[in-house]
Design a protein around this ligand. Sequence first.
Ligand code: G4P
Length: 283
Amino acid sequence: MQFQWYPGHMTKAKRQMQEDIKLIDLVIELVDARIPMSSRNPDIDELGKNKARLILLNKSDLADKDASEAWMEFFKEKGYFAVKVDARNKGCMKAISAVIAEACKEKTERDRKRGIKNRPVRAMVVGIPNVGKSTFINTFAGRACAKTGNKPGVTKGKQWIRLNKSVELLDTPGILWPKFEDQQVGLRLALIGAIKDEILNIDELALELIAILTEHYPGVLHARYEVEEDQTPANIIEQIAVKRNCIQKGNALDYTKAANLLLEEFRSGKLGKITLEFPVTVA
Ligand code: G4P
């Protein structure tokens, strides 16, 4: 499968982010809990060096709980703070503010030694498109007390959302572009719907999903579609087409309709909580 990308936007977004990052203490990076590695752009490690780092495994409501725990351990071992969240859920924000305080402890301590008291930690959200950045900021802002507006010494026009007396969040997220020179990474991004379906071969994508599901989540396809799983992916999609009555004019089976159905049901969580990639330790 071939993917294309247009790097022009990325250059602009990256420049903007370089400016914004100068204003903050903490980078809150959202990744998709179903593909925590493939939904990252490693450029952020360079852009965010010398900053405290928090990774939010977002959409964890759709991901495999055990795999998410393993990913949290993986990131923590690498020196990031990590929390799994559902950005739509206000209830997650409390845990996040506690981790933010922890992640910025050193900075707060440094401030204290310099006699600076009560300067809030400033954070910004970054991540690839569709990972949930705006949702997170809205939920965060919904719980927050007030927007703080401009401040002396801060670039004009920047808005900060104050969560509590110790945390402020920049109201515009930094957009990272997905990186998918690696075909496997491209495939996983496509499976969660992070790459537009129009540029992809849906039939092929569905076969790849079936291969992953039968290997890592045996029984899931049988439970949902009553198909026999000890078959080739092509045969399984055929069975799904039969079971779900995906028929074209002239009574031929409509494989593309079955493929779309399978992908839609996977993406919306109807197949259950599924993760598509695993840290090396549990692979
Ligand atoms: P972005 O700013 O990073 O581009 O992403 P955005 O917040 O627009 O979120 C993209 C989609 O992901 C939205 O769905 C949003 O509701 C959904 N989303 C965000 N966080 C979570 C989460 O933790 N769990 C789940 N299941 N979904 C999440 P949409 O279909 O584009 O819009 P809508 O469903 O909100 O109408």
